[in-house]
Design a protein around this ligand. Sequence first.
Ligand SMILES: Cc1cc2nc3c(=O)[nH]c(=O)nc-3n(C[C@H](O)[C@H](O)[C@H](O)COP(=O)(O)O)c2cc1C
Length: 181
Amino acid sequence: MGTTSMLQKPIIRTPALETPPAEFRAALSQLTSGVSLVTAHDPDGEDLGMTATSLVSISLSPPLVLISLRNGSRMQELLARIGTWAVSLLGEEHRALAACFATSGRLSDRALFADMQFRRGHWSRAPLVDHALSIIECRTENQMVAGDHTIVIGQVLEARVSEGTAPPPLLYLRGEYRTLP
Ligand SMILES: Cc1cc2nc3c(=O)[nH]c(=O)nc-3n(C[C@H](O)[C@H](O)[C@H](O)COP(=O)(O)O)c2cc1C
């Protein structure tokens, strides 16, 4: 059987610039992503957290990762001011936490952190989620505005895998949180 018979009607039209945002979103919603919580500690303010699927591993030597932050989001504005941050890769048990830290229009994350179990990162002082699959602490190496988002490249200062049995990961696909069968 040819592979083309398995493909649906194309939803991307050419030229690419004419692709309506809804179709672009629909196409990309087919990408299964791991879910992370990006956190940062503002020495002049509060801790901040943001649910993100944009974490990408870029380089091993030196170790670099990137996250993509919507311009004007509180996290993007904070990381324009401070140099260190952290990422906790979330597990199944963190589904509710991920939903809370994705709510738009929050004025403060104080109450969310009060309900959450975490310890502070050595380098960033950012909250690191207890029982996360793994934890990464970063120092911003570079930032680049890309459309309506800013790509933040982080030099990895410390990376640690959860001790004991690896917890099952939290995934995001087609607009919903998922778990492995
Ligand atoms: C599963 C999921 C993944 C998300 N990934 C990102 C991301 O990678 N970058 C981003 O800027 N926003 C992402 N968001 C949206 C932010 O979590 C959300 O806009 C933010 O927490 C709202 O805070 P704000 O009001 O400060 O923008 C994601 C939302 C969900 C539900």
